[in-house]
Design a protein around this ligand. Structure first.
Ligand code: PEP
Length: 253
């Protein structure tokens, strides 16, 4: 039985005051179910991680980072390592978010190095995959997702991959207000699970959690969560409003 997992990716939003206020509101509002019937994480910008870590320290809210570099330390100006993220209380890290793939230019190879480094450093990666609208229209979704999963997890053992949560985020649904239908989400989640069974084992495929992300809102969270292979939600815009994020968590719990 896979426990639902809801994470809020704040992207490049909030400030020193509002990040703490939002974290406190989420912690207070989810105290009845976070950790027991649903895992919850917030993923603030790097500079607010420590303040948010303090704000959620006596709650069951996990802390995640939006990115990571694959080296441990050294001359890598501007980068942040797994060691540093662990040191300040992070549990999760996003790897391969579509904005990093398509705005910053991250490749599958770089994403694989980041996932590998995150696991080696004791973090739990949330590995994002998803197709562009042109790829979906050209019926290339299966091909794209297969390539991203195989390349992103290359060289990782079954034991290591069990630390990973996969987030299926169709790029055309992120921040656009367009959501994949629950059937489209289920179809791709099922494909990912079958792929994992082929690459590793049926047991791993049944145990790994697969989140859906892309314009998740209080109004569509329950229907998405009702799908057999949807185990959680990765939420962008709606995670910036405590009430909306709490309603989404409740729908998943
Ligand atoms: C995301 O940032 O991962 C995301 C899914 O964003 P949104 O919910 O705003 O589409």
């Amino acid at each position: 039985m896979r426990k639902p997992f809801v994470a809020g990716n704040w992207k490049m939003n909030t400030d020193s005051h509002s990040s703490v206020a939002l974290a406190e509101a989420v912690a207070a509002g989810s105290s009845g179910f976070a950790g027991s019937s649903v895992d919850v994480a917030v993923i603030p910008p790097f500079v607010y991680l420590q303040a948010v870590a303090k704000a959620v320290s006596s709650s069951h809210i996990g802390l995640g980072s939006q990115d990571i570099y694959f080296e441990q330390n050294g001359a890598f100006t501007g980068e942040i390592s797994a060691l540093m993220l662990k040191d300040i209380g992070c549990t999760y890290v996003l790897c391969g978010h579509s904005e990093r793939r398509h705005v910053i230019g991250e490749t599958d190879e770089l994403v694989n190095k980041k996932i590998t480094a995150a696991i080696a450093g004791g973090l739990l990666p949330i590995f994002c995959v998803g197709e562009l609208i042109e790829q979906r229209k050209a019926e290339k979704t299966t091909e794209v997702i297969t390539q991203q999963i195989e390349a992103g997890l290359a060289g990782l053992s079954t034991e290591k991959v069990s630390a990973v949560t996969i987030a299926y985020e169709p790029v055309w649904a992120i921040g656009t207000g367009l959501t994949a239908t629950s059937e489209q989400a289920q179809e791709t989640h099922c494909l990912i699970r079958q792929l994992l069974a082929k690459m590793y084992s049926e047991q791993l495929a049944q145990e790994i959690r697969i989140q859906y992300g892309g314009s998740v809102k209080p109004g569509n969270a329950a229907e998405l969560m009702a799908q057999k292979d949807v185990d959680g939600l990765l939420v962008g815009g709606a995670s910036l409003k405590a009430d909306d994020f709490l309603a989404i968590i409740q729908a998943a719990a």
